[in-house]
Design a protein around this ligand. Sequence first.
Ligand SMILES: [Zn+2]
Length: 695
Amino acid sequence: MKIRVFISLIAIIITSPLAFISAKTPAQKTRVVTVDHGAQDPAVSPDGAQIAASIFGKIWVMFIAGGEARQITEGLGWDTHPAWSPDGQFLAYAHQLPSGTDLVIRNLITGGASTLYHTESAIGQITYHPKGGEIFFLLDRSQYDSHLFRVPTSGGEARQITYTENWHEWSFALSPDAKEVLLDSGRYGGSDLYQIKFDGMQVTRITRTPAHEFSAVWSRDGKTQAFIRTDNGMDTVMVQQTKGGLARAVFSSPYDQKQLAIHPDGQSAVLCAGRRLFHLNLASGQSMPITFTARFVLPELSKADLIITNARLVDPGTNKFMPNATIEIRNGRIAAIRAGQEAVGLPAGVTVIDVGGKTVMPGLMDNHYHYWSPFDGSTLLSRGITTIRDPGVAISMGMNFKEAIALGILAGPDIYTCGPLIDGLDGYHPYVDVELNKPEAAATLVRALKAQGVDALKVYFLLNPEVLRAVIKEARAQRLPVTGHIGVRTGWREAMEAGINGFSHIRVWRDFLPLEKQPQGENENLDSSRNLMARMQANWSEIDPDGPSAESLIRMMIEKRIGFDPTLAIQRFNDSDRKRFGLEQFTIVKDSYRRMARFVARAEKMGVLLLAGTDNDGLFDELEAYAEAGIPNAAILKAATVNGAEWLGKKNEFGTIETGKHADLIIVDGDPMKDIKELRRIHIVIKDGRVVFKR
Ligand SMILES: [Zn+2]
C-alpha cells in the first residue's frame, strides 16, 4: 500500500475581507495527505474526457488518463456516487451526513450546489436521464431494501419504481432512450439481472445463475451491455449484445468489489477494482491501470505528546495497579510510566493533564462492530472505544473507512477488519458477503482479501464444511486469524479440528445439543434464510451449560486457543420485548438467555479467551451482562482491552498501558474494577496521544 503523507506547515494566507474579520484566530496550519487509491463509484463524463469518482468520501474529477485529481466537494459530508449531467456541466452525488443523505447537484462551472432530495437512509447509484431533466437513484434503506427511484431535476416528488419486499438492487443502467432499465435484483446474497420496461413494468430476466450479477452498463448507442459476475470469489466482466445472444466473458480476476463505468465510445469502460481504476477494452478484455493522485489538505494534527499526572493507573492486561502514576506520551506512544509526580524526559511546553486521582485505563475494544457508516467513529470514541474489530463489511467501503480514520480524514477508532462475510450460496447479507461453494476456489479468494488489506477473516453459517476447511487452511498459510459465525452447516468442533481461531455469537447451538437433536448438515431445510435466522434465536432449553457436553466443548476451545465473542447482550430481552414473542416463546427466550450466560461465564472461568463484542453499539451493556453472569470485573476488563489485541496478534501494539504501545487511554471517574458500571462515566478519551473526547 502506498500512502504518501507529506507533512507541510503551510499557513493559510488570509486574503478575503470576510476572512479578515476572524483574523484574530491564528492561521490554521495544514498538512497534505496524498493518496493514489481509495476510489469508488467511477463515472465517465459525456465527452469521454474525464472521470468523476468518490475518493475517501469526497468527489474528485480527473482526466481519463489519470494524473492529479481535482477536488470537487469538501466539508463534513461523506460523498459518493457521482453522476454527470448529459451536458457535462453538473455532477449529482450522494452527500451523507450524520443526519441522513442529501442528493446534491453541483454546477461544475459556478461551484454552486443545491439539494434535490433528502433521506434519513443512504443513497446508492445515481444516474441522469440521458436527456437531462430527471435523475434516477437507488434509495438504500437497508441491506434488504434498496430500490430504484426517479426525481425531476427541477425538484418535485421522487417516485419509487421498484418495490419487491426483502429484495435489493445495488446498480442499474438506463437504456439510451430511458424507456428501459437493466438492473440487478436479488434476495439475500445473490442477484440476477432484469430488464424492465418502465411503460407497463414488463420484466425480462436476463441472467439465471447462482452467481451474483451486478454493475450493469449500457452503451450510448444502445447496442452493448456489460456487467460483472461474481462467482466463487472471482469477478468476471461479461459483455453482451442488447439484441440477444450469449454474454461473453472478457476479463476475470479475484473478487475485489469491482464496478464498471462505460465510456461514451461504447467500446471501453473504466473499471474500479480494489479501489483502483483501470481502462478496460470491452472487446479484447485488455486492462491498463489509470494512475491518479488525490491531495487532501487537512488541518494539522496537534502534537501527540502529553503528560498525565495524578493517575490512578489500572491495567487489567498486566495486572498493574499504581495509585499515583505519571504517564508520559511521546509521538502517540507511551514513553514512560513513573510512580509519583515526577515527569522527566519530555521537553518543556508539553501539555500536562492532572487527572486528580481519577482512574486511567487502556482504551476499550469492541470485537464485534460492523463499521458501515462513516460517522460512527465519534460516538465510539466518546464511549472510550479506541479499537474495533469489524467482523464483516463491504470490503471497499470498509477499507476506505479504516484508512480514512488512519489518515485523519475521519474521526474514529482503529479498525481491524475481516472484510466481507465469506458465506455459502444465497448468503443472508447481500453486498457484504462473498459466496463460495467450491473448496478449490477458497485459496484464491483468501489471498485476494489479504492483498486488499484485511486483518482477519470471518466465515459465515451457510458455508459448507469442506469449503470452510479450505478457507481456514489458506488463512493459516497467510497468517490471517479466522473467526466464525457458524454452528449450523458446520459445527464448532468440526471447525476447531480444521483450525479456526474464533467464534462469534453464543446463540448457535449445533454443538450443544445431543446428537439425535442436531440438524444434519445438508439435509436441513435452508431454503429460507429468514426462517433459519428465526431458528437461530436459539432454544437452549435442552442445553445444559453445566453438563459434561458443554465442558468438553469448552476444553476443546481452550486447547485450540479460541477467541470467543459471544455477543451475549443481544440475546437478552426484557419485559418490554414480551409482545415480540408468543407467551411460551418468551419464557423459552428468557430461559435460553440464562443458560447462554452460564455457558459464557463457565467458559471464561475455565480459561477461554473472552472477546467483548456487541454486534451493535452497546459495549457497556455487553460488559454488564458479563458481570451479571458472574464473571469477575478484572476478566471483563481484559475481554474489553487486551484480549482482542492478543487474538489479532497485536499485543505489542495496544491493549495495555506499557511503554512502546499506542497511547490509547480512558480516564474514568470511578473504579471499574469494583463496579463495571463506572465505565459509563468516562471523563477523557485519549487516542494515539491526543485527547479525542472530553466530557
Ligand atoms: Zn455481526
